[in-house]
Write a protein that binds this ligand. Sequence first.
Ligand code: CMC
Length: 395
Amino acid sequence: TGMFTYDPGFMSTGSCQSAITYIDGDKGELLYRGYPIEQLATQCDYLETCYLLLYGELPNDVQKKDFVGRVTNHTMVNEQMQFFLRGFRRDAHPMAVMTGLVGALSAFYHDSTDINNPEHREISAIRLIAKMPTLVSMAYKYSMGQPYMYPKNKLGYTSNFMHMMFATPCEEYEPNDVLVRAMDRIFILHADHEQNASTSTVRLCGSSGTNPFAAIAAGVACLWGPAHGGANEAALNMLEDIQRMGGVAKIGEFVAKVKDKNSNVKLMGFGHRVYKNYDPRAKLMRETCHEVLDALGLHNDPLFKLAMALEKVALEDEYFVSRKLYPNVDFYSGIVQRAIGIPVSLFTAIFALARTVGWIAQLNEMISDPEYKIGRPRQLYTGATRRDVQAIGQR
Ligand code: CMC
């Protein structure tokens, strides 16, 4: 290929150096800044994880208080944002709404538009982390035709999100510790995942020097797709389809369809570009699923039973074994979110909320790298060779 390597899908191209997230796909290991995801998910909360991803170390007490305080100061969005939101149809997909709202933030903060200025990036980071829960819950309330709930700053990050989602002016949200913890864990597990499609999009977009909020909006747009963040929604829809077909008894038939190369049906929530072993996030998610269903007295949830039976069949089937296809984080996260009361169409928006910190950390790292250049892939040209334009009557 001459001066450069042709590598569709970036199967073997390292696009950057990074010290943020480490994945060993064969072992099924995931580390944020060196810490195993299992320890972070069980011993830390989401804002500590955000601090770790952004600044490289876990915060001590004082640092945590300061960080939480800074984030909490920025939970409200400009009142104008609701007029922007109102331009959407009520039945707009929440990811369409989120792409628009996050993009719109870029028009509000004229004090911090320079992505090359570390102070501008810092305040944009805090604003984004603080405002994502507010925006996601506004998108939800709008779709329901209910009034938006303002953030309640005496609550923690995740309880506040649940408050904005589930409270109404007529009724307080009674926080349930198990559910808040489960939501917080979903945030931690989705916070970063090295150079996936949306993160690479944010880096590429940011490499032109664009507005920091615009770069994150590009990440939201990329995350929407069913091969990436949209897989959680697709996985739950798949389980519901199988359930409608007849549930556990129909697993064989469904798996046969997945294996038929002409069918174009995939087992959603299975397979990963990097993990060729059980995704460690899926293990934690399955555990959380048990906890949440127990707490709600839903241990007989037919969808969870179906998911476990489907996983078992797939893990024993030669098609999946030979291709090293294992459950990924999205296989169980939908069941957890559904039990918490999150509508299926909002799953990917919640993924975007959680991944925002990863996108920002990666953007910061790129811009601080002395070797940073605008991203500009090359191509193998396959079109016509040079030719001359004919007069319109002779074409
Ligand atoms: N169901 C059935 N077959 C599959 C699946 C699946 N979920 N995933 C991969 N395969 C097959 C694929 O058809 C191919 O078979 P063959 O070698 O016979 O052509 C082989 O396995 C290798 O797959 P690939 O498509 O070349 O792998 P990839 O690295 O390009 O794709 C993936 C990775 C995640 C896009 C893909 O596994 C997939 O579409 N999975 C379902 C969607 C999903 O769950 N995505 C969430 C990923 S984790 C969260 C996130 O990153 O957002």
